[in-house]
Design a protein around this ligand. Sequence first.
Ligand code: HDE
Length: 703
Amino acid sequence: MPPTRKPDQTAPAPVSPTGVEMPLPDGAPDPRAQAGDVLTSPQGVRIPDTDHSLKAGPRGPVLLEDFHLREKISHFDHERIPERVVHARGAGAHGTFTSYGTAGNITRAAVLAEKGLETPVFVRFSTVLGSRGSADTVRDTRGFAVKFYTKEGNWDLVGNNIPVFFIQDAIKFPDIIHAGKPSPTREIPQAQSAHDGFWDFVSLHTEATHHTLWNMSDRGIPRSYRTMEGFGVHTFRLVNADRETTLVKFHWKPVLGVHSLTWEEAQIAAGVDPDFHRRDLADAIEAGAFPEWELGVQIFPDTEEETYEGIDLLDPTKIVPEEMVPVQPIGKLVLNANPQNYFAETEQIAFCTGHVVPGIEFTNDPLLQGRNFSYLDTQLTRLGGPNWPQIPINRPHVAVNDNHRDGFMQQGVPVGEAPYLPNSIDDGSPQPADFEHGGYVNVPRQVEGEVARGVPSSFDDHFSQPAMFYASLSDVEKTHTIEAYTFELGKVYEQEIKERTLGILAKIDSDLCEKVAAGLGLPVPDGKPVEHLPPSPALAQVKPDSFPIAGRQVGVVAGPDADLAGIAALRSALEDEGAQVKVIAPHGGTLGKGKNQQVVERTVVTARSIEFDAVVVADGAPKDSDIKSVVLLQEAYRQLKPFAAWGDGAEVLTSAGIDVDGPGVLTGKTADSLAKDLVAALGRHRVWEREELVTASAVPPAS
Ligand code: HDE
């Protein structure tokens, strides 16, 4: 008998747009479930041997009549679909969104308005520039796309982790992406902006300045998808039950706080673990440390000017500081299940900005208007035809009766004679729904103007908001931003491009401009910073606040003679807070016996600094550490991670050149005595006080 395989997934219900499925005889399994115990062909024929092709004799030619060979190879030949033009590299998860009901007065969309309503969601995070196989930790914008399967149809909020965009008009999208993608001649560099093309474009097209500055700040290298903010970017129009409108900007606030990698971590991870963010998301969910965000809105009156205190709400290169208009929480997102199949779910999900539900409308933001065309259009090529809404991950969780018919890969078997309206043959069905019956009826909007390719003059200010953003950063973040510009421009060949960029930086901040110029060895250009709004503390991510440590990784260096009871105690204290402990030892397997036995999760060969948020050395850990352990400790120290050591574990730190009296190094006699302080240190993300001591800055001081 072949071994029995019991797949945990049940067959997706084969529902067609008209709600009719091809009837299978009673008890017949759905072929799409891949659920039988015996290997078959796609036609259900049982296959005796899938390892050898059918030949005329063991040394003879392969026979064309081998239908199993042909079907197997042919299906394999067509396994790939075109990757996304942008945001090709991504990771996703299932979850729920629960409304607080606080938006009930501004929108009639039940997903936001009904207190306590739980709506299933699928979220896909992504990088923008890289191909599907590129590294997760490159410096880039991250996508934050949420599909809400609401009871009024699907709503897609397709946002980013940066609240502004490079361009103000969708017509420029091919230009910025062609500039950022690898050079068309050699197709390098992959997934990064540190090249002439990108800097050529953004230095000429100065409306990109704000977004570029965010990319060069620590926001461009998030620690995890779980520690990213998300933004809807555009201003949307919400409509309540009385058909009153307000303008809003959407914000996702991570419960774990906003936290980024250091540049060193990002670069090491890109080589050592290119799946760093993807792994982190899946591991956290599997461990029960479910990532959470609050959805909030900034609310603006819907006036004729569509501006707030002089800030044009239709300009996607502008934000409204939270100090001027606070973000009001309206619901919570929890990601609680990993996809079962990457391709079927994460790859095939199709987001469209045009997917909105009654109560959520668009504004005239020219970027948003263009996106509404692009996303629908791109799915036709990517998913091979117009029936992609029938793919399981894309199906709405409500009845669909759209009169759409035929096309590639039609899965439904529609019934009825009249897929048109009006009709009398099918009793006039399906009936359009008016406002009272939940129809998507637009709020009337006046539109008039001269036909021209114009831009409002309020879009012309390209520098005051970047200047405000830079002024709002903490000192540590400013240093990192200076280093990022110096690195990226240091990779640019054309002198003219570097000079042009320095000219832009001069308008933002003198210190930024001078230090980058010094790093590049170029003269500081003329020009002085523009005036800007007061700094917005909400924009800085390094703050004294403390955050939950769920899903954080703590590496414990140990060996056969280590205090295993101490490790067990520390593990339990950290796990109580949702953090995870990984024991690192010279060899794999287990350490010790009995109740304190420890499984070795990482060996000295497989461990690297980047995967730990804190490093602990156990009492009794080997003193004759090899070079890999020393590298691990030194890197983690440089990356400002909290350290702890108990008993003679401190000697291991000292011999690796780490000052045990330095900031963020906890020492004590027992593991117990360290746990509380270690939890507190992890909650502050990094030991920022150490930055000055360890940064051999890549940037020489400005003269
Ligand atoms: Fe996108 N964008 N975009 N974009 N975008 C796509 O759609 C496009 C923009 C964003 O995980 C594509 O299905 C145009 C802003 C995310 O599947 C494509 C313009 C923001 C994702 C497309 C923009 C985004 C995409 C490629 C200028 C943040 C990944 C594949 C008007 C608010 C969604 C696809 C996922 C994907 C077009 C600008 C976010 C080609 C024309 C602004 C998160 O349709």
